[in-house]
Ligand binder design. Sequence first.
Ligand code: K7E
Ligand code: CUA
Length: 622
Amino acid sequence: MTTKRIISAVLGIVAGLLVAVVFFADFNQASENASGDLKSKAEKVYVPYGELDEYYMMSSGGHSGQLFVYGIPSMRKIRTVPIFTPDPATGYGYSKETKEMLGGFTWGDFHHPAISETAGDYDGEFLFANDVGNNRVAAVDLSTFTTVDIMSLPNMGGPHAGVFVTENTEYIALPTRFARPLDNKYADLDKYEEEYKGVVSMTTFDKETKKFDLAYQIVLPPWSYDLSDAGKKMSGDWIVMTTYNSEFATTNLEINASQNDRDYIVLVNWKKLEEEVAAGNYHDVNGAKMIDPRDHKGAIYAVPVAKSPHGVDVTPDGTRYIAAGKLAPMMTVFSFEKTFEAIEKEDFTDEKFGIPVLSYESVMEREVDPPGALGPLHTQFDDKGNAYNTMFISSEIVKWNIETGEVIDRTPSYFSPGHAAAAEGDTVSPDGKWLVSLNKISKDNFLSVGPSHPESMDLIDISGEKMEHIMAVPVDPEPHYAQIVHRDKIKTVTVYEKDENRENSVWKQEDARVERKGDEVHVYGIAMRSRFIFDAQSDRPDAVTVKEGDRVFFHLTNIDLDQDITHGFGINEYDLNFEVQPGQTSTLEFVADKAGVYPIYCTNFCSALHQEMSGYLLVEPK
Ligand code: K7E
Ligand code: CUA
């Protein structure tokens, strides 16, 4: 090597080192900032052992048909509550009661949870769920986090636009997504405009008996209804619903249902219709009391809205309703005061199917159009008069002032948010604390698991002027809407109350027995740490002998009245498994159609001798 070359090599190395030093200095600076940042973010969400999250987030589980329960701010998933879908983990859909509740369906598509409300605020007693897949509404008792009733709804085509509750849970409302002919009739798609209908179900729920009732339905034009809301305070007697497909497209909706510049918001005065129903002014259709707008003046109106809206939300003070459109890049603020005035003055521009159409200019207050923000979907609120909109296409959350329309802040979400949920963010008194963006895709946020990735949820701190993105967690499948409720409002029980009069229950070991009625065998049994007692008279109390073809009922009571001592009950090779929570009685019904010897065992780890908690089902051949 020549001297020249050596010199240039040394210079090169020195230069390289200098660059590296400068680079590392920069890098160190940046990472110091980032770690300071990260530390403060981490501290915001770290819940030390022994402490609890401040909020519950009740998230729909989409087409899993389940409810997902999270702690906020930690974003730790606490529980899966099966609602529309059988669940081997809890035996939901296997026990007789829950199997009957599911009505033979094996899936559901749950989009929008609604916690029961008193005076427009969550009361934390029940949570209602819609099933877009199989036309049902369900109630979850929030003292036990178990599903207590499911009702099928006639005349519906996927109740996507529910559930939402009126201010005092007078009604749980569910508008349909797809138009269908009423009464399960057949009608060709060419008859869409005349024969197909959009229907809104107004259901009630009795908190004592924990049962639904279908109060009445409203038959509307075959528009597609999308996420809707109930009024509050001054607008408390009303519900508002967005619609799309005012074009009446019956094929290729992507293009054909996006032609018109305007679709509609439908406003319904449920109080007025309640009076009509009480007065007997309805038609009976397939077991439902059906209200037709052509027969009832003064209760149903329409307002034109920017094309293909996806949702409408009422502000916490109840003075305005805000619609956001998938295809129009703006949020439209409508005034209830102006709406009521226009109705009063009969300021109508048109009539559709007996529904007066109000003039857009008369009731619209403001169009909010943040530059470059695309695909606004849903709106949440804080305690300072601000609204938060998800932008599906530009993947961000936009914070803006309701009174002035001023855009205050924008922050990215990862990626494509549908709904967002803010702490108590759809009640009359939002907390202004956390917002969770419920995203439709996660792309490269998490370790790869193949072509299909989980969806994601972003936690965003909204307590300051600027929003702060904290973290993302995966979720499966697609979360739609969620509600974040303060933990003080949820009052869970630790055990089911001991009730000696409860049907089929057994509380004393000596009362455990097997009774035969014809070809039915009823086992009145006990589950306790760490054994089953099916027949106290037998010298093998944990074995039951039946004949092939018998219909067998295991009525099982968990007499361990201790928090968190749940027993399971699985029968080997019979494809059966259910559970009894502390103090609960539950029944398993099946036909013993396979002769042989089948071990029974506790499937839920309950004590040091859980493994010993077993028995036998002996099925004598015919
Ligand atoms: Cu996914 Cu409310 Cu069904 Cu909007 S819905 S995103
Ligand atoms: Cu009981 Cu395990």
